[in-house]
Design a protein around this ligand. Sequence first.
Ligand code: FAD
Length: 451
Amino acid sequence: MNTEMLKRRISGAVITAFEPGFAAQRSSLIWNGRQPASRARLIVRAASVADVQEAVRFAAANGLTVSPRGGGHHFTGIAAQADMVIDLGALKRLQIDAVARSARIEPAVNNLELASALDQKGLAFPLGHCGSVPMSGYLLGGGFGWNGSVWGFGCGLVRSAEVVLADGRCVSASKSENPDVFWALRGAGPGFFGIVTAYHVDLKLAPRAIETVVRVYPGAMATDVATWAEAVMAKAPASVEFTAKVANTATGPMVAAIATVFANSAEEARAVHAVIAVGAPSALETIGPMQSSFPGLYQATDPTVPVGRRYRVDSVWSDAEFGAILGLVVDGMAQSPSLDSFTVLTLRSKAAPMPADAALSQDGRIFGAMYGQWVDADDDERNAFWLQRLIADLSPLCCGAYVGLCDLSRPGARLATHSHAAVSRLSDLRRRFDPQGLFTTVPAAPALAAE
Ligand SMILES: Cc1cc2nc3c(=O)[nH]c(=O)nc-3n(C[C@H](O)[C@H](O)[C@H](O)COP(=O)(O)OP(=O)(O)OC[C@H]3O[C@@H](n4cnc5c(N)ncnc54)[C@H](O)[C@@H]3O)c2cc1C
């Protein structure tokens, strides 16, 4: 392996395990403060698509496994587990065509950057719920974002993508060009067999009014909250994003019922909130309506997931009664070893359908994401055990997990992240497009589907 040659061939940086500071560089690849076991021994910080191609060819010639890295946000830390990490962090050009309502987005552009650029032009996109997450892995896993019940998953608005394949070629993938690659990159997540270097997406007109009301309840009122939520969400338009955030406190679990309305005017938003308020159980506290913009929404969500904390996260899709899931989550959160942990449960009673003909193949009317969050490494094990038990309790009522927020390192049976048909097509495509297994070093999520 002659890394000196690679260094001469690329305009970005090549960092080998023998160089001073390698360990720190490797840690900086992963957003989670709980660093995973890593085998990365070569980091290529790509400055261009040509660098990505060179790095892939070098890996293939030297028998190295490869992982692309967008922002290192996958909580499992899988971006640092191959021999060579190709860091796409410098690929962050964004071109917006406001007239055509479309954009070319390089992988490292993050939610906040895209939200801010679109907001200036009165445009929007189903962006994820935390500002620092890049499009790279977000869209690859499906993209469960704001106003998703109207706009659908982010990957449903991808029209084409530029992809470096395992043989080093850079190809365009769309419905008409390389349709198998296009199918896979919309939902495969870490099981994808190439490197996306740009997404071409359709954009939406931004709603002119975004208003949120938060009602806070003690966990003991979970049944009342769920009954009301089911009733109002059956009537409310799809443009309401209803999320119950459950956290533990010194006095026991609390439920924050968060209703965000995406509307075309303040009057329309208020009218929808009036519908939502009907039958709402009496709350300990009601906050709002609070007006926001898409970039502004991150001021509420980002502080709840501080950088540097230790995280273990898992997720579920469910079609069960909201009350049954919320009740189990409240009971589970009461057992949480950390008061910083929380669960978000989104009730998607009028969700837009999943994109047709895409690897994304699991969803449910309830989306749940369980964020174990703590500070000390000594607490790793008991937090892991707690999360595993919560998922085990929920699993009989669940139909799958979301690959972008699934704990891929968890031992034992896991909820399926993809349908059987998708798992089978993905493994066929992997054999065809990546016969050497360059990109298959991690336990690829699609292969984890339940029998
Ligand atoms: C705080 C936080 C909030 C989140 N909220 C949401 C949310 O609201 N909705 C949602 O859908 N998800 C959410 N996620 C999950 C997030 O979308 C995934 O973790 C996603 O993988 C992050 O992208 P990344 O590029 O940083 O991934 P990385 O950790 O960099 O990469 C993970 C793996 O994805 C693959 N990959 C990444 N980029 C590419 C690429 N360009 N080409 C090919 N393969 C690639 C590789 O296999 C890589 O090993 C959240 C994550 C965090 C940390």
